[in-house]
Design a protein around this ligand. Structure first.
Ligand SMILES: C[S@@+](CC[C@H](N)C(=O)[O-])C[C@H]1O[C@@H](n2cnc3c(N)ncnc32)[C@H](O)[C@@H]1O
Length: 254
């Protein structure tokens, strides 16, 4: 899957805001090492650097494009290319942080408890994931991907919901965590310009579908999706588009 950091960062403020909100709930005053899993172009790592200016920071991602953008940023961190499916810390970390990455992976019940157990004593696992599987943006994408015109190429990217409920994460993590703080928020993003939601998903959910299509199929697929999104998210009288976006936050202390 090939990410385009510049498209992703076209909604930098909105995408980074949950990282700010998550960081503000981490109780650690002076961590030794903080790791940002799925760091992308370094926008979430920048928030961690601002909170702990003299702490060792490590950003991990499996996208060479994202890591190249991160390395070019002004964020002072070590950047590592690795897949989160089998990543493990080389030494106990003070904080393992992840903003908007683990929704790309299945199997949280195996991964998250393992991450907590790899923390140093009193270490913190802090994770934010979109919980928008049932939002029109995602329902429409799955519906259109099932169209026989291109389903043989893209229907395989339709997943079952990878993100569980707050109660499920509590049950999954309470055995390994001394304390657990879980909450959900629905941001009401106010987006500018034409086809704003289409542009938003072009930087994230749409990426694997577009990569698997070419030529006329790709054009037609995108046209159908763009039109249906515009109907689902109409522009307001001031020209802006309201994009409700639900996210789940987990802060687990070992
Ligand atoms: C939506 S971006 C989040 C970027 C940044 N953390 C932020 O707060 O905006 C998701 C990132 O997760 C990375 N990612 C997705 N699946 C991954 C995997 N299996 N292993 C490592 N990184 C992964 C992608 O490459 C991408 O950079």
């Amino acid at each position: 899957m090939s990410w385009d950091p510049s498209i992703y960062l076209s909604f930098d403020a909105e995408r980074t805001r949950p990282a700010v909100d998550l960081t503000s709930r981490i109780p650690t005053a002076s961590p030794r090492v903080v790791i940002d899993l799925g760091c992308g172009p370094g926008n979430s790592t920048a928030i961690l650097a601002r909170r702990w200016p003299s702490t060792r920071l490590i950003g991990v991602d499996n996208s060479a494009e994202m890591l190249a953008a991160a390395a070019k940023s002004s964020v002072r961190a070590e950047w590592q290319e690795a897949d989160l499916r089998d990543w493990s810390a080389s030494e106990p970390a003070s904080v393992i942080f992840s903003n908007a990455a683990f929704q790309w992976l299945d199997g949280h019940a195996a991964i998250f408890p393992r991450l907590i157990r790899s923390l140093e004593p009193n270490g913190v696992l802090a994770i934010q994931m979109p919980r928008n599987f049932d939002a029109p943006s995602h329902v429409l994408l799955r519906e259109i991907a099932n169209d026989p015109r291109w389903s043989s190429k893209v229907a395989r990217f339709n997943r079952t919901d990878p993100v569980a409920s707050p109660a499920a994460y509590y049950a999954m993590l309470c055995g390994d965590a001394a304390s657990l703080d879980i909450w959900q928020t629905e941001y009401q993003h106010v987006l500018d310009g034409e086809d704003a939601v289409f542009k938003w998903v072009s930087g994230t959910a749409l990426v694997p579908y577009v990569a698997a299509l070419d030529g006329g199929d790709r054009k037609e697929f995108l046209n159908v999706y763009r039109e249906r999104l515009a109907r689902a998210y109409p522009r307001q009288s001031n020209g802006k588009t309201l994009f409700p976006f639900k996210r789940i936050f987990i802060v687990a202390t070992r």
